[in-house]
Design a protein around this ligand. Sequence first.
Ligand code: 4AD
Ligand code: MG
Length: 458
Amino acid sequence: MNRTRIAELLRADPSDAPIRLMGWVRTRRGSKRVNFLAVNDGSCLESIQVVVGGDDVPNFDEVQRITTGCAVDVEGRLVASQGKGQSVEVQATAVRVLGWAEGEAYPLQKKGHTLEFLRQIAHLRPRTNTFGAVFRVRNALADAIHRFFQSRGFVWVHTPILTGSDCEGAGEMFHVTTHDLAGGAPYDPASDFFGKPVHLTVSGQLEGELFATALGDIYTFGPTFRAENSNTPRHLAEFWMVEPEMAFCDLAGDMDLAEDFVKAIIRDVLSGCGADLEFLQERYDKELLATLQHIVASSFERITYTEAIRLLAESGESFEYPTEWGHDLQTEHERWLTEQYFQRPVIVCDYPRDIKAFYMRQNEDGKTVAAMDVLFPRIGEIIGGSQREERLDRLQARIRELGIDEKTLWWYLETRRFGTVPHAGFGLGLERCVQFVTGMANIRDVIPFPRTPGSADF
Ligand code: 4AD
Ligand code: MG
């Protein structure tokens, strides 16, 4: 069906040429002689005003029964607007109702709904201004991510979602089976679909490393799954991760790439999603644009974990979690460092080896590994990465020390046997990034259909 998107019409000059648009009615008002429809088609935040004169269409009685949520097909002309609030409007010559919306039964009436309520109607919430804006920004970020890596010659590698290995070693994996476990029979991996236990991936990194040690610079971009029982505004059971991996790269190069990368994608969205960001600022976070501009302009602070612990311990703040060497940094610590102390993003490196995954490169002090986390105000950890242990003997020793079954990682270890090279990478949580850029407080509001403990609707 031939139609012009509303985003395009709103930028066009008035003209006598016939136009046709389709969308969903946000509101209808008017009299017995003329009706005004605000029509939105999702191409942009704004709706376009459609003016329908009683004598201009044969079915004006039908137009008068249009309610919020109806889908319409409109033909007419783009004219200079008589009213305030818009420069152009559509003078209709035909209005066809494609889908009625059952009046009061339609849940998205004009009044503002809470985000909690909208989560319960996640099948309809994309039709609101807020979710239209959030998902256009999410799309722009995804596009910016691909452009960043593609322009630098990184190859996008599609790593598997079904895997037998636990990259992060945290045991937070979803088991995938075709067996009927409800019967109570003991689980027999040998007779299961893959002939062994298989899980949903927690990260594409290990497979990414295999390709980086062949193609040089690669990235993965896809869904990952974690069965951690974290009911927080920053955790999902299913989330998207971007994981670049670079051969011939150390931790310093990894941190440089991470900083360039987040700044570049935020800069792109600032220039491409102005209207959506202004709306989100107005609605949810008065400081949003200033914060984003500040991030793009600032140079990220870089400190070691040991320094971070010292600053936290000497801060005089009363934190809920301990600030002793050896404990992982919690969101409250990450927020203090970024919001109170440095007032900009902070990259913390050289974490204790005992709180990090087996694949990270061991530092010479015997206590820390070449890990780095990029911490952002409000969000805390947005990126986690490391230089990888490329020395076969060190890696094997660590795997044994942690009691990981070496046999399941034979293919990973072979990259260290055959032509091993220093390499490094990181993972950006896409939803944490969208959260930061949109100012949304809860991660459930930046993914179309959130999966969290106890909830997998739609
Ligand atoms: O720090 P993480 O666990 O690192 C990895 O998975 C590495 N394999 C990455 C790599 O080096 N290639 O996760 C990376 C990022 C976090 O910094 C966070 O932004 C996000 O993924 N993340 C989550 N986002 C939403 N919900 C969760 N449950 C998340 N867990 C991690
Ligand atoms: Mg992490």
